[in-house]
Design a protein around this ligand. Structure first.
Ligand code: RIB
Length: 280
């Protein structure tokens, strides 16, 4: 049979190393890898497809035994990896055209929990700052937002949905747009914590009080959200668990390539702090 060259090295491609979510994830992956005798090469793609492709090539030249891709991955990329015969696992992307190794949080349910919480706190005009257009995490979080509104009998209003790109600055911009509306929202569910922190900054610049004038809740569960005032409520993803499970699954599959490729879906947890608790 074919002689395969093992290097005991994994590649990890992150979409945005400035988002603390990803270094936390990388830490978990590295912990498992190290215990199992693997080292990890970390690449930051900055969500740039060309950079991503050059990292794929680089990782192949280094003969990594497997690759973990975090963030949005296209069907094309998945197909290419499959064709090249590299063991790989995706985090966050849901691939349905072939069985692949994947780990992700239940983004729909997480968003549903966040928005239901805001409704229970008496907020009624709830806006959403969503993630980017071609992102399944963004689409799923939007879906959970819609489901929570619908369950509470609140009509969905697309003018209350602003698009961001998961970075702080886009949280600024989106919140600015929401606050200049003639009928502004009384709460906002933001699709990740970084954008929520950007939005909080604008809210206080405008002299509005959180959570009395406007409630806010993020998504991810970054520690950063617990050191701002008021402390940011959030939907915590089990980041460390996502990373450890991903690394374990990939290493298992490298050692046992015939094993069936499966998906693991983890449940998020609502973390209620001060930015969303106005009471009724
Ligand atoms: O890729 C950006 C976002 O997706 C992160 O903030 C985290 O929510 C991840 O799931």
């Amino acid at each position: 049979g074919m002689i395969s060259r093992k290097t005991n090295t994994l590649g990890l491609i992150l979409p945005d190393i400035r988002n603390v979510f990803f270094p936390e994830l990388a830490r978990a992956i590295e912990d498992v890898a190290q215990k199992q005798g693997y080292s990890v090469i970390v690449c930051n793609s900055d969500n740039d497809r060309e950079k991503e492709e050059s990292y794929f090539q680089l990782l192949q030249e280094k003969y990594v035994d497997g690759i973990i891709l975090a963030g949005e991955v296209t069907d094309n990329q998945v197909q290419t990896l499959k064709d090249r015969g590299i063991a790989f696992l995706v985090i966050d992307t849901i691939v349905d055209f072939m069985p692949v190794l994947s780990v992700h949080t239940d983004h729909i349910n997480g968003a549903f929990l966040a928005v239901t919480h805001l409704i229970e706190q008496g907020y009624r005009r709830i806006a959403h700052i969503r993630g980017p257009a071609a992102s399944s995490t963004a689409e799923n979080r939007l879906e959970g937002y819609k489901q929570a509104l619908s369950k509470a009998g609140i009509a969905y209003d697309s003018s209350l949905v602003q698009m961001g790109d998961y970075q702080i600055e886009s949280g600024h911009d989106a919140m600015n747009k929401l606050l200049v509306m003639s009928n502004p929202p009384d709460a906002v569910f933001v699709a990740n914590d970084l954008m929520a922190l950007g939005a909080m900054d604008i809210i206080s610049d405008r002299g509005l009080k959180i959570p009395d004038d406007i409630g806010i809740i993020g998504f991810d569960g970054l520690q950063l959200g617990s050191v701002v005032k008021p402390k940011l409520s959030t939907v915590a993803q089990p980041i460390y668990e996502i990373g450890t499970i991903a690394a374990e699954m990939l290493i298992e599959s490298i050692r046992n390539p015939e094993k069936e490729k499966n998906s693991v879906i983890l449940q998020p947890k609502l973390v209620i702090r001060d930015s969303s608790t106005r009471g009724k």
